[in-house]
Design a protein around this ligand. Structure first.
Ligand code: FES
Length: 581
């Protein structure tokens, strides 16, 4: 395939030359049973597969890959599947977020190094989607992302359950003594009963819709359940679209514009989506050379109603969202807020793609006039406790706690919290504020999802189910409660969070966007001097391996926790000059 400048697709540099190099490259495919006619002169479409048995949400991606291949071949391309590392929420320790940037580097360098002209990215679990988008944005070779879809609704004794919102809810009930251990155990196989990612509007669901809002996945793909045959049909169509994308030579940089990121941010807010996605979207934008500061989120948040009536903010699950019309129906209801001219990988604009979309259930995808939350499902907070920002998901919080001043009960780390939270002698009341330190990007390390702190057992036993909680950690998108997250700068690098002590008064004003530590400056200066002279601030600086890179280069939450050296893109040449062509 020659372009208007007489250059050929980059894969030709591997498979075209009749010399030793070309001999070896062609042999590597013939060795796998391919006839030269199957690949010679055709667009080679990489299929970057994050399949893994250690990532249960991605465990069906081998099947999805086969369907992508069908589409690639039918459209005249040649598929070349390769593995990436895979990040599963359940098994990886200490936290999958620690490795998101590693996976992004893996994806970027494989795109750069392999003989491919375009790539279909297969992702699903929370971190796999942003990592793949980050890598693809930096490599800037034509790319499409295909997620594996949500799980079907859980069903436990006739009750519909969503992971992991309901696992958390019933865990609190177990700890409060209102259900038995045997009942809780029986929920395990009832809730996780089909392939796919968590089926509430958690991080994976949010990121899937964001893929569609960014134009990086064909329309309608975000919400098809993993077990639904339409997910496989979608994958086949996406394979064909990838071939077309290469023929059109459309790179991510043409799709990932400032307007597309604004659409993604607006969608996240209207979904009542995961706070984690703010970090991921900021990092993806950074790779695309676009600044997405917290100020932008503040500006957008006030004008966006939450219209997705999905757990943990609302009552339905992703399967219901799909049956109601999925992302196209959702976009159509907020089209007046979106940049309608943004282009999708299928070559059409957002307005064209959602033109015929219909909503089949207005109780699942609400009209903006009947929003679940009229403005700002997520608020950005600033103040003396968070000079560089913090985040609260208002739509999943208790409205009576959004303005709250209380006494701090401080835990020095997640480990300290787990040691003492159920101590009967813990000095805590329901009006206090639980504060946890040392769980940020450096402190965690990896900014674990520890921000959804369990309530003390003795508070649960009083029938209380929510308290204000503050930390520099993240929270699972499936969790809920009045939880302030991503406090920056984090405590491990000396942010004000490190200076909070038991009994300090803290003021949360979610409406006013404030988070303040009500301690006078002299006292804070004294505490800072004590802290700086103590060993406690010295975090381990590993001398080798991935952690050596991570600790020195990870940025704070407001910058998306990407590595400072990885921001931006270095585009791969899509076409090369070849003699004889
Ligand atoms: Fe993978 Fe929830 S565990 S999306």
């Amino acid at each position: 395939m020659t372009n208007s400048n007489g250059k050929v697709l980059r894969s030709e540099a591997w498979f075209g030359p009749r010399d030793l190099e070309g001999f070896l490259h062609r042999s590597g495919l013939k060795n796998q049973g391919w006839d030269e006619d199957s690949f010679a002169g055709k667009p080679v479409i990489g299929i970057a597969n994050s399949w893994s048995e250690a990532t249960h949400c991605n465990a069906h991606l081998r099947v999805i890959a086969e369907h992508v291949k069908r589409g690639v071949i039918a459209a005249g391309g040649f598929p070349l599947e390769f593995p990436t590392i895979s990040l599963g929420e359940f098994f990886l320790t200490p936290t999958s977020m620690l490795y998101r940037n590693l996976m992004a580097m893996d994806v970027e360098e494989m795109i750069r190094g392999l003989p491919i002209d375009g790539v279909v990215l297969l992702s699903n679990c929370d971190k796999t989607t942003p990592a793949m988008l980050m890598g693809a944005a930096s490599a800037d070779l034509p790319a499409i992302i295909v997620t594996g879809g949500p799980q079907l609704k859980g069903n436990w004794r006739g009750e519909e359950l969503g992971s992991c919102t309901d696992c958390r809810r019933y865990w609190s009930e177990l700890r409060a003594g209102t259900i038995t251990q045997a009942e809780y155990d029986s929920m395990e196989e009832a809730i996780y009963r089909s392939p796919g990612h968590c089926m509430v509007m958690g991080t994976a669901s949010t990121m899937s819709v964001i893929c569609e809002a960014l134009g990086m996945t064909p329309p309608g793909g975000a919400a098809i359940p993993g077990a639904d045959s339409r997910r496989r049909v979608f994958a086949e169509r996406a394979g064909a679209t990838a071939v077309d994308l290469v023929r059109r030579n459309t790179r991510p940089s043409e799709l990932l514009t400032e307007e597309a990121f604004e659409n993604a941010a607006l969608s996240l807010l209207a979904l009542g989506g995961s706070t984690n996605a703010i970090i991921h979207l900021t990092a993806i934008a950074g790779r695309a050379g676009i600044d997405l500061p917290l100020a932008k989120w503040e500006e957008l948040s006030d004008r966006v109603p939450v219209i997705a009536n999905l757990k943990p903010s609302g009552k339905y699950l992703m399967e219901d969202f799909f049956y109601a019309g999925g992302a196209p129906a959702f976009f159509k209801k907020i089209l007046h807020l979106l940049n309608q001219d943004c282009v999708n990988v299928n070559g059409k604009t957002l307005a064209q793609n959602v033109g015929d979309a219909e909503c089949h259930n207005d109780d699942v995808i609400l009209d903006p006039g009947h929003a679940l939350y009229p403005d700002g499902g997520i608020s950005i907070l600033k103040g003396t406790l968070a000079p560089d920002g913090a985040v609260i998901k208002r739509s999943a919080a208790s409205s009576d706690l959004l303005q709250h001043t209380g006494r701090a009960v401080v835990f020095s780390s997640p480990a300290d919290l787990h040691r003492r939270i159920d101590d009967p002698d813990l000095d805590v009341t329901e009006n206090d504020i639980l504060v946890m330190q040392d769980a940020g990007p450096i402190g965690g390390p990896g900014m674990p999802e520890a921000g959804f702190m369990p309530l003390p057992r003795k508070i649960l036993e009083q029938g209380v189910r929510d308290m204000v909680r503050i930390s520099d950690a993240r929270m699972s998108g499936t969790a809920f409660g009045t939880v302030v997250l991503h406090v920056a700068p984090e405590s491990a690098i000396g942010g004000p969070l490190a200076l909070v002590r038991d009994g300090d008064m803290i003021s949360l004003d979610a409406d006013g966007g404030r988070l303040d530590l009500l301690v006078d400056d002299d006292e804070l200066r004294r505490r800072r001097a004590d802290l700086e002279s103590s060993e406690a601030v010295t975090h381990m600086q590993p001398e080798r391996g991935y952690m050596h890179v991570y600790n020195r280069h990870v940025m704070q939450a407001q910058h998306g926790c990407d590595f400072d050296f990885a921001v931006g893109r270095t585009p791969v040449a899509t076409h090369v000059e070849m003699e004889g062509h």
